[in-house]
Write a protein that binds this ligand. Structure first.
Ligand SMILES: [Zn+2]
Length: 438
């Protein structure tokens, strides 16, 4: 039996199901897909001839699957095909939740948590109805599974927008949980996903504190905080991206999505040039000074004098959002390893869990070979970790396949088995303090 803790409900749509839904939809919101697809892939798609051009499931699947290495916007363009083709009516959402739970129960998954996300300016009434539809759908799905003799527990996690209506949507959710006991039972966490760049975790400190204090006050409706971080970090160095993971843990995130920059073998960056804003650089340098002694316990690192000198140079620069270049020579690579090891140890000592998603990281993280995959490093550093399938529909995968990818990375049967069994201790309800392990 498997426990799935990093999965997006709509990203679980199989090509076949999406194709059927899309063909039935009289008014697909084409521009949501075609614009982002053209931007990411440089190809114009003509909506008026879409189902003529993609007249077989095979052709459609090829367009839908994201199973190549490419940056986040290329993945998002594929996800936008879902957003364009699915009508998102209340009935359809309920049906979909039902079907996906049944699919997962047939794949030997016995506990699953689905992330759901709505448009940022959703009206309250629709927001509530959609959450209810999904929660009720989960319950129906469990009933269907039970008819086949399969036991599955399914829950939902609401993905909030990093920069819009965060607190308002959280408050709506909490009030809905008071009004509707089924939603209270099924909605067990909140998440932050989508574009990370431009949204440092430090800005979420107050919000996290609010959630954690609400959890303490009413444990029966406590929500786990799960947080995608260091998955996509085009705008900064892996040094800063790793620090973002540290900040998320310090803020109190219960589970961390991906953390690719933190676990990647530093040689991955050999001879590359990364850029980041002076503002980001200043944050990083100040942090390095603050924890300098601690970092040094994990290997060689820049001296205090070097960091102070760089900080001075940044302060002399007049434009704070100007980018500066960062060259990855041998020494830089060595220092990155030291920094990663310090933060990996910090996480190991904390209560936070990393959700590692093999296929997703290979493709969106653009990892070239199995030995470089962060999951291996997390395990070597004894960080608490779970394996997730992320968007199995788009990646054309399932949780069992994701576990077998861990084997290809060189993890032993025993290590993989430990991840599988321990994952049941990392559910949102247990981490948030809502329930206790038996
Ligand atoms: Zn995800």
């Amino acid at each position: 039996m498997y426990c799935e803790l990093h999965n997006h409900l709509y990203g679980s749509l199989t090509a076949e199901r999406l194709y059927t839904i899309g063909k039935r939809n009289p008014n697909p919101r084409w521009n949501l897909f075609t614009d982002s697809y053209e931007k990411a892939y440089g190809r114009i798609i003509d909506p008026s001839k879409f189902f003529e051009e993609y007249d077989t499931l095979e052709k459609f699947s090829k367009l839908y699957y994201f199973n190549h290495r490419g940056p986040f916007p290329e993945f998002q363009a594929k996800f936008n095909l879902i957003i364009a083709l699915v009508p998102f009516t209340i009935e359809e959402m309920k049906n979909l939740a039902e079907q996906i739970v049944l699919d997962h129960s047939r794949e030997n998954v016995s506990h699953t948590e689905y992330r759901i996300m709505f448009p940022p300016n959703e009206e309250r009434d629709i927001f509530e109805k959609r959450i209810q539809a999904i929660c009720y759908g989960l319950i129906e799905g469990e009933a269907l599974a039970l008819k086949e003799g399969l036991n599955i527990r399914s829950e939902a996690i609401l993905s909030l927008h990093r920069n819009q209506n965060t607190l308002e949507n959280y408050s709506w959710l909490k009030e809905l949980m008071v009004k509707d006991s089924l939603v209270n039972d099924r909605l067990t966490g909140i998440d932050f996903c989508h574009i990370e760049e431009g949204f440092p975790p430090k800005e979420k400190e107050d919000f996290f504190n609010r959630v954690l204090s609400d959890n303490k006050q009413s444990p029966n409706s406590a929500l786990a905080i799960v947080y995608h971080v260091a998955e996509s970090y085009e705008d900064k160095t892996p040094f800063s991206a790793s620090r973002w993971v540290w900040e998320s843990v310090r803020n109190g995130a219960h589970r961390l999505g991906h953390c690719i920059a933190l676990g990647l073998d530093p040689n991955y960056f050999a001879n590359s040039i990364r850029k980041e804003s002076i503002k980001e650089r200043v944050d990083q340098l100040k942090w390095e000074l603050r924890f300098h002694e601690e970092i040094l316990k994990f290997g060689e690192y820049y001296s205090k004098q070097e960091i102070e000198k760089k900080l001075k140079e940044c302060h002399h620069s007049p434009i704070s959002n100007q980018n500066i270049e960062f060259h990855f020579d041998e020494l830089t690579i060595q220092y990155l390893r030291t920094l990663q090891d310090y933060i990996l140890n910090y996480i190991k000592e904390s209560n936070s869990i990393i959700e590692s998603c093999p296929s997703s990281n290979f493709y969106i993280g653009m990892i070239h070979n199995s030995t470089e995959h962060p999951l291996k490093r997390f395990v070597e550093n004894k960080v608490k970790v779970t394996i997730g399938s992320d968007d199995p529909g788009i990646f054309d995968t399932n949780l069992r396949k994701e576990y077998s990818k861990a084997k290809e990375m060189g993890l032993s049967e025993e290590e993989i088995e430990t991840i599988r069994t321990k994952s049941f201790l990392y559910t949102s309800s247990l981490l948030s303090g809502r329930s206790k392990s038996s």
